[in-house]
Design a protein around this ligand. Sequence first.
Ligand SMILES: NC(=O)c1ccc[n+]([C@@H]2O[C@H](COP(=O)([O-])OP(=O)(O)OC[C@H]3O[C@@H](n4cnc5c(N)ncnc54)[C@H](OP(=O)(O)O)[C@@H]3O)[C@@H](O)[C@H]2O)c1
Length: 340
Amino acid sequence: MGYKVVVAGATGNVGREMLNILAEREFPVDEIAALASRRSLGTEVSFGDKTVKTKDIEGFDFTGWDIALFAIGSEATKKYAPIAASQGCVVIDNSSLYRYDPEIPLVVPEVNPEAVEQYKKKMIIANPNCSTAQMVVALKPLHDRARIKRVVVSTYQSVSGAGKEGIDELWDQTKGMYVPGQEVAPKKFSKQIAFNVIPHIDVFMEDGQTKEEWKMVAETKKILDKTIKVTATCVRVPVFVGHSEAVNIEFEDFLDEDEARDILREAPGVMVVDKRENGGYVTPVECVGDYATFVSRIRQDGTIENGLNLWCVSDNLRKGAALNAVQIAETLGNRCLKKG
Ligand SMILES: NC(=O)c1ccc[n+]([C@@H]2O[C@H](COP(=O)([O-])OP(=O)(O)OC[C@H]3O[C@@H](n4cnc5c(N)ncnc54)[C@H](OP(=O)(O)O)[C@@H]3O)[C@@H](O)[C@H]2O)c1
């Protein structure tokens, strides 16, 4: 016996990946519903070897459905997640709307799986920001060994993190660079993204950080350890899929780079590719479609007492969103919503 599962945002980048991953991982689905806005009514989406017609989320009755995986943005989530939850369906949400609510668990199953058990308070579980998810998977095993004091991270985030419109803008701008008269002005991004990088993701906050940077700080504390200090610079780069991060870590205790490499090799969700030779590291195009958080370039930082540098890459639509959401559903099923 399996679950009745809803995927809301089924026509989007994350929604389509959630359908793929539910099928790939053989999540026990008895019945699936694909929802999106009225614009997409009847649009066909793939679920394994089946095709499912998308329904309008407006008016959908969640009664009797076990789990709803949401990827429809904060505004629509604010309207529909409480409806699903009040009708007895557990929502696993990809938007940032509920991540900082103390009554809603924020979960990365490799790091804090036990937190799913708090779902009962509001029938909602939050999925973290894409950049945070991959980073905490790499940080957790190192923190367990040597206690992290501070993290300095710079991100190189792909355009798919900004949804379908982000992908289209990079593609159209790139083509437009070569065809006179077909130049495409920035719309989704604040400046040209083709052949450029933009140190600005999400809105600016009063202290000069962007909201994306603030999210990495707040979410790392909530998921991993509230005592860890984090400072981030988040940058959009002209890559379609796959976020990269240069991470500098300061520990309480000394951690040798070889031991760090061995720890990461054994860590759940991590794949170490770290040869000190040409190509002996992972780049974003190589991580697309994979589940792992890839870690490369592990090396001592001799400028501080207990410092380590590493390079961390993952598919933002998978570990950064859809895969993590499905892993939360699996954890919820194993710990709380057992069937059969
Ligand atoms: N992309 C990432 O790396 C990433 C990572 C972590 C979290 N997220 C979060 O995941 C969510 C979706 O992101 P995405 O990249 O998949 O965006 P996307 O490709 O632009 O897709 C958006 C989806 O939401 C649906 N939608 C939008 N407004 C709606 C409404 N009022 N009612 C019902 N459905 C509506 C769209 O349906 P229509 O096709 O009918 O418009 C579409 O299915 C966002 O909250 C985003 O912040 C994304």
